[in-house]
Design a protein around this ligand. Structure first.
Ligand code: NAD
Length: 501
């Protein structure tokens, strides 16, 4: 059977590639190549940007309410199709179908937020700032903006970027991950069907070459990126050196602090879901558990061991599976390497997920859940992001030692504390040096109308994703000082800077 050959999506059409370069899209359940994704060259990027520039002029002239109606229609279409989309997503990513539905839903919620754009774009107004003088500000779109997105949320993150960007009147070019590009392409088709003018949402598939062409293109005004930290830093520095606005979200090492007063059954349930769900391929996965005190730690390990023993690893379309395969064979290799590094550095291997094979799917990219106890904080297994189903336990003697760990870690995406004590929780939320904090909530991903963003090396830039920050990121403020005086023609010139008296 011939391989499915994917395209770009430019000017409202599936556009076959002319670069002659392709990447493989795998089915992680079987290890087979299931499609070929084009890797754009500079000329294809140029064509996409030129198309977006044209489309944006008309789109920006639509009033915000009319733009919001397109988003509303899109919500209807995606709702009708979400089951099929989830299966498609799951077949390229490897996450289970229910988890893929969550991926879509979290994206949809930002589209819902962006439907409020008429309200969100209202500027500030001061009447009578001086005699006969009014001052007002308006938020205008930037022009053509780009989103470069990771493999692990192929619906959610493109929607987090696209919905506010287009609602604000920009044209949006998506450069999705080359590992699971089919859902992003389908999103572009659905936007068109919802009434979005051709060219307002273009998709350019590709790798570093396409990204670099976008970063260097003078008509790209802003770049939103999500992915690993080294690439986030590269994109941020290149985009900003080229005078573009940029917000680049990177990797993570999310800690969960478990105080001795916490309900350990609840904690163990939460950690198993947050550590192993989606095979740990979430930027908000909990990868470090920090029980406070020996008793807490020993009891927690027993409860985790028990629950891990009951987990089901299966194909992504198996409704009984707790998690599916990793995205690639490289990812399996990387996870195995980190487990070995942890062991070599002195960690205790409590549950070993390496070598797991699913019967009938031996070539799939599977690995089982792993639990490492007493991981030294000097080990790369603690310091670096593993991005797989590995929960590491670092023991702390007391609250202050526990607080120090996420506070001093180079990543600062998410963190959680489990306690029954409000005073401890308040102290923790105030002092921890991390962008998103959960109190008895293991994956504290803020809802759509708040903002999402980590600190330290989890984020380069200032404004967060979605919520009010996204409107600030995708618009520029123009401030008008106006005066309609009577008899201005009779006034003499003023040579001193005007001030409000
Ligand atoms: P990645 O950095 O490999 O790729 C992300 C994007 O960058 C892709 O579109 C890819 O094509 C492009 N890219 C890759 N190498 C490039 C290069 N050398 N030059 C230019 N572009 C390049 O990340 P990934 O493996 O797809 O995603 C997983 C990572 O994303 C993890 O580190 C995870 O923590 C992070 N992530 C962060 C957040 C967040 O909000 N902070 C959310 C999701 C994922």
């Amino acid at each position: 059977m011939a391989l499915r050959e994917l395209t770009h999506f430019i000017g409202g059409k599936n556009t076959p590639s002319t670069s002659g370069r392709f990447g493989d899209v795998f089915d992680p359940n079987t290890g087979d190549v299931q499609a070929r994704v084009p890797l754009a060259d500079d000329a294809e990027v140029e064509a996409a940007v030129a198309d977006s520039v044209q489309a944006q002029r008309e789109w920006a002239a639509w009033n915000p309410q009319r733009r919001a109606r397109v988003l509303q229609k899109f919500l209807q279409l995606i709702d009708d199709e979400k089951e099929d989309l989830a299966r498609l997503l799951s077949s390229e990513h490897g996450k289970t179908v229910p988890d893929a539905l969550g991926d879509i839903q979290r994206g949809v919620e930002v589209v819902e937020f962006a439907c409020g754009i008429p309200h969100l774009l209202k500027g500030e107004y001061t009447t009578g700032a001086g005699a006969g003088i009014d001052v007002y500000s308006m938020r205008q779109p930037l022009g053509v903006v780009v989103g470069i997105t990771p493999f692990n949320f192929p619906a959610m993150i493109p929607l987090w970027k696209a919905a506010p960007a287009i609602a604000c009147g920009n044209a949006f070019i998506l450069k999705p991950s080359e590992r699971d590009p089919s859902v992003p392409l389908r999103l572009a088709e659905l936007f068109l069907e919802a009434g979005l003018p051709p060219g307002v949402f273009n998709v350019v598939n590709g790798d570093k070459q396409a990204v670099d062409a976008l970063l260097n293109h003078p008509q790209v005004e802003a770049v939103g990126f999500v992915g690993s930290t080294p690439i986030a830093q590269y994109i941020y520095s290149t985009a900003t050196a080229n005078g573009k606005r940029a917000q680049c979200f990177g990797g993570a090492k999310n800690h969960a602090i478990i105080m001795p007063d916490a309900d350990l059954d609840q904690v163990a349930d939460a950690l198993v879901g947050a550590g192993y769900g989606s095979a740990g391929e979430r930027c908000m996965a909990i990868s470090v558990a920090v029980p406070v005190g020996k008793e807490t730690g020993d009891a927690l390990i027993e409860k985790l061991k028990d629950r891990i023993g009951k987990l089901t690893v299966g194909t992504s379309d198996n409704s009984a599976a707790d998690f599916g395969p990793l995205v690639s064979s490289d990812a399996v290799g990387r996870v195995n390497d980190y487990i070995q590094i942890g062991i070599d550095d002195g960690a205790e291997l409590v549950v070993d997920g390496r070598g797991f094979a699913l019967e009938g799917h031996e070539a799939g990219f599977f690995t089982g859940p792993t639990l490492l106890d007493n991981v030294p904080t000097t080990s790369r297994a603690y310091l670096e992001e593993i991005f797989g189903p590995v929960l590491t336990v670092v023991r702390a003697d007391n609250y202050e030692d526990a607080l120090r760990l996420p506070t001093e870690h180079e990543y600062g995406n998410g963190v959680a504390i489990f306690t029954r004590d409000g005073d401890t929780a308040r102290d923790f939320t105030a002092r921890v040096n991390t962008g998103m904090v959960g109190v008895n909530v293991p994956i504290p991903v803020p809802i759509a109308y708040h903002t999402f963003g980590g600190w330290k090396r989890s984020m380069f830039g200032d404004l967060n994703q979605h919520g009010p920050d996204s409107v600030r990121f995708y618009t520029k403020t123009k401030t008008v000082t106006q005066r309609w005086p009577s008899g201005i023609k009779d006034n003499e010139g003023h040579f001193v800077i005007p001030t409000m008296k």
